[in-house]
Design a protein around this ligand. Structure first.
Ligand SMILES: [Ca+2]
Ligand SMILES: [Ca+2]
Ligand SMILES: [Ca+2]
Ligand SMILES: [Ca+2]
Length: 347
């Protein structure tokens, strides 16, 4: 490589990391939405074979000894512990996974709440069921681009939301616009009329108790809560859901063409894309007013998402260290990206 090309090449490669596919894909496994959170490999030692915990920056306060982000119990802001991400210093409570369900490539997400809510479990969703969203930054700029999760207000279903008009770089600057789901029809307004209903193939909610912890989450310690409301218990609720990768990409495409978010034009993801993953709960579908995962309510809510959570792919892999990066560059990735770039310029 010509020495003068190296810096440009590094920049191009970094840009390619976020939306591209720098690694060979792992084999698609079948996702079991109800499956164990982790396995015990020896006494007190655990492995994450399917669900992958969100990684924490090395200096962040709420980081487990093995490098994962956790959220303090009892820190959500409106008094409902079924919306409070529970967890502890060795027990993360936000995970992603990729694989197939019924032959469709999916990204799945799992969070654990401090109280198991019978109204969610029964599917009645009465009272104040949790609105939980996972937000992703797909462009690597720290600003969230798309939100997704199960919707319990109105007709329950899997939905997307776009960022609101704020900066969308921290809990207090993040807001969400109306729910929608891509319908594949060009030039019509975004709507949720095609949202898939919640079913066993895309949604699961389980009680994490002293009776189920040994299989559902070995080593879990039940979290006490001072917050309370009817229909809740001291046991935890484990909520998991899955969204087709194609739906995520269609949602991004329709955001560009039908909501005017031109910076998302041509942007798509794969399970190997390095994304910033955030999770939060809200009593309504437009702001982060309950619990943000990985930061306490008493911390500054202007703290940027990308200072307390980390970019990783849906296989749980972090962005490669610079040293590893050199191997990729030497291995031809750089050349590939430069060729691709030249091809785009020529087009
Ligand atoms: Ca919490
Ligand atoms: Ca609890
Ligand atoms: Ca972004
Ligand atoms: Ca929190």
């Amino acid at each position: 490589m010509h020495p003068r090309r190296a810096p440009l090449c590094a920049v191009l490669s970094l840009a390619g990391l976020f939306a591209g596919t720098p690694f060979a894909r792992a084999q698609n496994t079948t996702i079991d939405l109800a499956g164990p959170t982790r396995v015990q490999t020896s006494p007190g030692v655990y492995g994450y074979t399917t669900w992958k915990p969100i990684l924490a920056p090395t200096s962040w306060t709420y980081r487990t000894s093995d490098g994962y982000l956790y959220d303090a119990p009892d820190d959500q802001q409106t008094g409902q512990s079924d919306s409070d991400f529970a967890g502890g210093t060795q027990t993360p409570a936000f995970f992603v996974q990729t694989g197939a369900i019924n032959g469709v490539e999916m990204v799945a997400m799992r969070v654990i709440f401090n109280s198991y809510d019978a109204n969610i479990a029964s599917g009645t969703y009465t009272g104040n069921p949790v609105n939980v969203r996972v937000g992703i930054d797909v462009t690597g700029d720290g600003k969230l681009d798309l939100f997704m999760g199960p919707n319990f207000q109105g007709t329950p279903g899997m939905v997307f939301q776009l960022p609101g008009t704020g900066a969308n770089t921290s809990p207090s600057t993040t807001s969400t616009s109306s729910i929608y789901y891509p319908d594949g029809v060009a030039n019509n307004a975004l709507s949720s009329t095609s949202s898939p209903a919640l079913s066993a193939s895309n949604f699961n909610y389980q009680r994490l108790s002293s009776a189920t912890a040994s299989t559902l989450y070995p080593g879990w310690v039940l979290q006490p809560e001072s917050l309370s409301k009817p229909n809740q218990t001291g046991d935890e609720g484990v909520m998991s859901w899955a969204i087709p990768v194609s739906a995520i990409n269609n949602a991004l495409a329709e955001a560009a063409t039908q909501a005017g978010l031109s910076y998302l034009s041509g942007v798509s993801i794969s399970p190997s894309s390095f994304l910033l993953w955030v999770a939060f709960t809200a009593t309504q579908n437009n702001s982060v007013n309950q619990d943000a995962y990985g930061i306490k309510a008493s911390d500054s809510q202007t703290t940027s998402w990308n200072s307390f959570t980390s970019y990783m792919d849906a296989f749980g892999r972090p962005v490669p260290e610079p040293a590893t990066y050199g191997l990729f560059l030497g291995g031809g990735l750089c050349g590939f990206l430069m060729l691709r770039r030249r091809g785009k310029r020529a087009a």
